[in-house]
Design a protein around this ligand. Sequence first.
Ligand code: NAD
Length: 285
Amino acid sequence: MTFRSETSAIPSIVLNDGNVIPQLGFGVFLVPDDEAFPVVTAALEAGYRSIDTAAIYGNEEGTGRAIRESGLPRDEVYVTSKVWNSEQGFDSTLRAFDASMARLGLDYLDLYLVHWPVPAADRYVDTFRALQALKTQGRVRSIGVSNFTAEHLSRVIAETGEIPAVNQIELHPRLAQRELREFHAGHAIATEAWGPLGQGTLLDDRTIASIAAAVDRTPAQVIIRWHLQLGNIVIPKSVTPSRIAENFDVFGFELSRDQMAAINALDTGTRVGDDPNTFSQGLDV
Ligand code: NAD
């Protein structure tokens, strides 16, 4: 297997705990377990060094095997997973973590996230306390949350005394999350963008297409570049090797201030995913 050597081109983000995460990573939502091995292998070959999975994706085994069998040193691949809603609570989160690690076949995680807040269940603070315990034990390097609003973040910070390192949220040009990004910046929480391409829905947008033509790049590359220039951590997903490589080839050009502004103007506050205040799949509330 051959690996591109220019991975040093990937910028890093320093988290509030001092650990460092690659700014561009690879997501594996909706990749079946038996496809995760070739797909994650293709991503590592293309140069990605950060992989984002989750227990609910059902592909931790294939993902972990691709990472282990890549031959890359463990500390050169950044691995994220997430505790699913049905496992929320202190003890159940500890058990869910063990199960994820057994499937991944790894000794530690770089980042473990509370997947959704599920505020009606009121267990996310205890769930985050379990993540704190795992960090203290050295089984996880950094801990964070996903789909949390400023209100959920404030409660976690007030009740645990710890500021999550990362909040992974739906974020793309039609949902730019300006206010939440400002809240994050004020608390040294890193913003990680899921659905960064609007799950594909933004790729035929006319503004994006015209900017892509102007810079001689593809629409996906323009959107990923917009994320990087905003300072987001970004984890696009594709199962197609040519697109996996295309989405990584985003360090050789820059968007101008006017092009950034034109993309910023696409923000209509429109979600492609679920509402963090009400989403409760997997948990009876
Ligand atoms: P995305 O915005 O990355 O879009 C992925 C889709 O865009 C692909 O399935 C493909 O159809 C299309 N695509 C990708 N690259 C392309 C290219 N170069 N040309 C043409 N089409 C292309 O959506 P996503 O997968 O939902 O988000 C990325 C990652 O974020 C996920 O894989 C997952 O790891 C994470 N995620 C997290 C949550 C959460 O609740 N925390 C939710 C959804 C996704």
